[in-house]
Design a protein around this ligand. Sequence first.
Ligand code: FE
Length: 283
Amino acid sequence: MNEQRKVSREVSRVWEVEARPANGPHLRVGQVLPPGNWTEFDPFLMMAEDWFQQGTFDFHPHRGIETVTYVLEGKLKHEDNHGGMGILGPGDVQWMTAGRGLIHSEDPLPGETVHSFQLWVNLPAGEKMTEPRYQDLQSADMPIREENGARIRVFSGTSGGVSAATRNVVPVTFIEIEMDAGATVTQQLPGSYNGFVYVMEGKARIGADETEGNARHVLWLAASGDASDSEVTIRADEPLRALLVAGQPLREPVVAYGPFVMNTKEQILQAYEDYQSGKFGKV
Ligand code: FE
């Protein structure tokens, strides 16, 4: 590792997210990070943008991952089989560590359409069976970095001098960026992180190569080589709303099956056995 070198990240790949009709109360879904790209997206498994109503995500289990839910619109009721219950509103984020397992539902209140993002963060082999926990990050308490026409809400990690209190198993920087046209911001990232920018609204030039990003574009950041430190520069050409997500890759085998993500097929079979024999607890 080259100690002092800092790399200004470029963009290696761009794709557009298409929101497609789903089934019944699941109105639409866009795959921001399509599942199956374990090595490229490491430590992230997938990210979806959903529009849904009551009855879409009824009680289901998880093991071996964290799910991070960011609600943009509507009220989402969350309930699990360990007595946890809460309602997420617009601007709120829930960081759920499923660990060894829980059963939960994610259900819009009656009559509500929820528009949200859900990111799945992988857990390292040694932490997959950790105790489940939740961190509810209320919109009103979210740390904010404000400077030169930019307003950055810090869900996890650090932006400028502003840090979130969110506890990570795998180090992750997750920020939402709002910028005025003409503004420029720079976000620091450890050189080892994999990550991306998702443009929700507006238009920007992203990275050292000033790749154009428009609404619904994912801009995957190029690796920084052997640099220990890096940064990403974002220049807004139009009023911008974007997410930047980056994290420390695990470089471990991934075996994913439905809501369980483990390191081996045997561990997946064990997860089903544990679920079916009631080891995740009762609903
Ligand atoms: Fe879930």
